[in-house]
Each structure stands twice: as structure tokens, then as C-alpha cells.
Design a protein around this ligand. Sequence first.
Ligand SMILES: [Zn+2]
Length: 415
Amino acid sequence: MTAETLFYIIVAILIINFTKDKILNAINAKHFNDSIPRELSDVYDKNEYIKSQAYKATNYRFGIWSSLFSLVLTLAFLFLDGFEYVDNIAHSYSDNPIIIGLIFFGIIMIGSDIITTPFAYYKTFVIEEKFGFNKTTKKTFVLDKLKGLLMMVILGGGIIALIIWFYQATGNQFWLFAWGIVTVFTIFMNMFYSRLVVPLFNKQTPLEDGELRNKISSYAESVGFNLEKIFIIDGSKRSTKANAYFSGFGSEKRVTLYDTLVNDLDDEEIVAVLAHEVGHYKKKHIIFNLVTSILITGITLYILSVFISNPLLSNAVGVETASFHVGLIAFGLLYSPISELTGLVMNHVSRVFEYQADNYAKKTYKSGPMISALKKLSKNSLSNLTPHRAYVYVHYSHPTLLDRVKNLKSSKKTN
Ligand SMILES: [Zn+2]
């Protein structure tokens, strides 16, 4: 194996992945105008349906241009020895591998952030605006960017620095220490995400006493679930789209509802959505996802440790002086087909979990309000009612609305 072969393998991976995505998107787009299944005939009225068709088409076109742009840019960067250029800059400031690594990733991250920002801006202020979803002000957009960048510098920089340091200190054993620190960080973030990160971006207020709270409490009691911490988040600050999620575990577990969700749904529908979230918790999906992601991280870091000291990795992306940080970039590119595969498996598992959570809501509460909640949420986000199977298989972490409605309506025994 020569560095040149490896370089062309990386180029092939990038092009094949891009082509695969474009084919899937095109297949999916061909079915945008399929007739709506009978079960979903009440989701949209005529005007909303026309609007949803336009929304799908607009996003499809935007996806083609933005991904083509990023492919061309990545290839140009590779062919013009961009990594070598950035690595030289980093070397000109320091001899310390940690500092060099931080400057190297800093330039690449900030550079790619600057390049992708116009696309994010267009998506928010042109597309989402046109279809009435956008509530983000320019000020919020800029502040979000800055806060996100600051978090990336502190957390990302901290983790990168530690990993390079472990590599300096322990050689190929570094993966065990890196795995340990990433695991601690993942668990910590899972526990305290709502308490530490969310407040930087949103306001959260406890759900106030009243009819809704009583209904939720009496449901929670009926399934023996301690649901003290229910928070309303000001999602309407950015978009009219609604959501709800569960986070943390043990004494830190809490449910967060978007204010948009509380406005769009009636009380029974909100309780049904909460029952679904409780289902995720009771069926141990949260713990499963956490443990699986920790295991996958461990395996990936181990494989990284096998290859990282080989200078071919750095040479493959055009860098003469082999180093850990450049090797990491090359490894990331070469490893992407495997992460695509693990992504497929995780999406499949996630869809199975969604059915289980829906079934839990059906069994412990009611299926009617769950169905109408799902329909309202789909309508309010103008979602695609006729996605293609292949597209769903690859990209959907949730079953389609049609599949979920059919499952909720079916009388077959569930567990
Ligand atoms: Zn779910």
C-alpha cells in the first residue's frame, strides 16, 4: 500500500458516498407526488398539502447544491494539499504536539464553519422563513454561532488536547485512556446536558401547576413513574416546529416540552407524547443508547490505535511529517464507510424503539391522542407523507407517520 493508493481510496470514498446520497435523494424525490395513503388523508387540507410539496422540493434542491459545494471543496482541499498547508502554519507557531494539534484543528474547524455559515443562513432566513417556520432573529443566529464556537473550542479543544497528551505519554495504549475520558464526558453530558448546556441557548421553566400538570401527574402515578421534572423550553424563539425529549437518568431525569408543542397539542395529546417518552425510559432505550455509543467509541478508538502510528495515514492526505492530529483526519475519512454502516444499524434499532415506545403509550394510555398528536406534529412541520422505503431505511431514525399510525391502530398484542 502506498500513500498515493490510500489517497485515491479516500477520494473514492468521498465520491461514492456523495453519489449514494444523491441517488437515494432522487429516488425519494420521485415519490414526492405519490397519492396520500387513506390513513393520512386528514393530515393536510388542500393548501397545506400544496405548501408541503413546495417545501419538500425546495429542500431537495438546496440539499443538492450544498452537498455538491462541500464535496467539491473537500476534494479541492485534498488535491491542493490543504492539510499540508494548515499543518505548516501550525508548526510555525510551536514545537509542542498538543499546541500544534490544537492550532491545526482550530483552523480547520473555524475555516469550515465560516464556509458553511452562508448555507445555514440561507436555510434559516430564506427557506424556513418563506414557509413560515423561522422565528430566529439575526441576533439569535449570531449569538448561537458564537456560543457554539466557544463550546467547541473549550470542550472539543480540551478533549483533543487530552487525547494527544495520552498518545505522547502512553503510545498505542492511549486508546484506553481516551476511551475512559470520553466515557466520563458522555455520561456527564447525558446527566447534566439540560442543566448546563441548554440554558446557554434557551430558557427553561418548570411546567406550572394546573390541569395539564394534574393530568400528567395522574398518568405518571398510574405507571409508577416519578415525573417531577417537567420543563417547558422556549423553542418558539427559533422555529415554529415542535418537539419533546427525555434526558438524564436517576435523580436527573427530566422531560422537556417545547412551548410550540404545548401550544399545538391538546392536553390528552401532550400526555400521550409524554407516555411515549416514559416508554423510552421504561424500556431502557436511554441506557441502551448510552452503553452502545460508549462501546462503539471504544471499538473505534481501538481500531484507531492499531493504525495511528503508521506514517502512511498522514502521507495519504499529503502531509510529509507524520503526526497524530493529521493521522486522525485521514483515519476519519477512511473510517467513514464503517461509521455509515453503524449508523444504519443504529437507525434500525431506533425505529424498533419508536414502535416500542408508541406501544407503551398505547398500552398505558390511549392510542387515539397519540395518533392525532403525531399527525399534528407532521402537519406543522410540513413533513413528507410518502417517503421512499430505501430513503427511510437509510436516513430515518423514526418510522414513517403511516407506519406508526398503522401500528397504533392495529389490535395485535404488544409487549
Ligand atoms: Zn420516541
